[in-house]
Design a binder for this molecule. Structure first.
Ligand code: BGC
Length: 279
């Protein structure tokens, strides 16, 4: 059976987020890059945050400007409180406000459990969990200051946390990463519960295996890709655009009633495909 491969192209409605200001952390590569571009295509002005790789971030901003919206690259380490505060303030000064936060920046530092150093544990928790906490807190202050502007959106703000299938699926050799994403899951729902009465929607996207630099070894040879496909019922490795589409949708008023949900975008990885024939 010949079926379409790769993420669908050209499906983003170009006025969906018109007039909204989006901040994407880790927007210079992988899922963050595709998401920043997707939000720009949907009509949002976009701040592309990066911690290393200024040139890549500036290129992303330039590509976004090509859609006729505003874009800029801001450097900040999301795990550093002072830098997150400064980045958010700068965005408010230069863009007027923040309507959408995509708390995307994340990394892996993999090791078997008894070999994992405290530094590896801490780094992953600092960026993947504390980073999302800090960015969400600063964005929320701005959402509350501004309140709902009905011409722009029905919500005062939208936060989309980048989680992972590993908020659900345990992952041997990656205890720091899995713990960080489990933490994101509970942080996200708790914030959603606390902030919904203030008209702030907090949700998460949980990607499965997406072709990005973070997991290159899992897909960049035919053998590795074949192994990986055993875990994906839908029969293709995801593309960053698959995640961008989910984020654009969740950020938009199309999904105004979606609050505190994790949208798994994983080709069915969380369906425990091993049980299709076993158990
Ligand atoms: C990880 C990838 C992995 C995928 C599926 C993601 O969250 O960052 O390295 O391929 O989960 O296991």
């Amino acid at each position: 059976m010949s079926v379409p491969q790769g993420a669908p192209q050209g499906v983003i409605p170009t006025q969906l987020l018109k007039g909204q200001k989006a901040l994407v952390t880790g927007g210079n590569s992988g899922i963050g890059k595709a998401t920043a571009i997707g939000l720009g295509r949907a009509g949002a002005d976009v701040v592309v945050n990066y911690v290393a790789g200024r040139e890549a971030a500036e290129q992303v901003a330039e590509e976004i400007s090509g859609f006729g919206v505003r874009a800029a690259a801001y450097e900040a380490d999301v795990s550093q409180e002072d830098q997150v505060v400064a980045m958010t303030q700068r965005m408010v000064e230069e863009f007027g406000t923040v309507d959408i936060l995509v708390a995307n920046a994340g990394l892996q530092r993999d090791a078997p459990f008894t070999k994992m150093t405290t530094a590896q544990w801490q780094k992953v928790l600092d960026v993947n969990l504390t980073g999302q906490f800090l960015c969400a807190r600063e964005a929320t202050k701005e959402f509350l200051r501004r309140g709902v502007v009905p011409e722009v959106s029905r919500a005062a703000g939208k936060i989309i946390c980048m989680s992972s299938v590993h908020q659900l699926i345990p992952w041997a050799g990656h205890v720091n990463y899995a713990a960080s994403k489990g933490g994101v899951q509970m942080m996200m729902t708790t914030l959603a519960q606390e902030l919904a009465p203030r008209r702030i929607r907090v949700n998460a996207v949980a990607p499965g295996a997406i072709r990005t630099p973070i997991n290159r070894s899992a897909w960049d040879t035919p053998d590795a890709e074949q192994d990986l496909l055993q875990l994906i019922p839908y029969g293709r490795v995801g593309d960053p655009e698959d995640i961008a589409h989910a984020v654009v949708g969740l950020a938009s008023d199309l999904m105004d009633y979606v609050v505190g949900t994790t949208l798994y975008v994983d080709g069915g990885m969380t369906l425990f495909p091993g049980f299709a024939t076993g158990g």
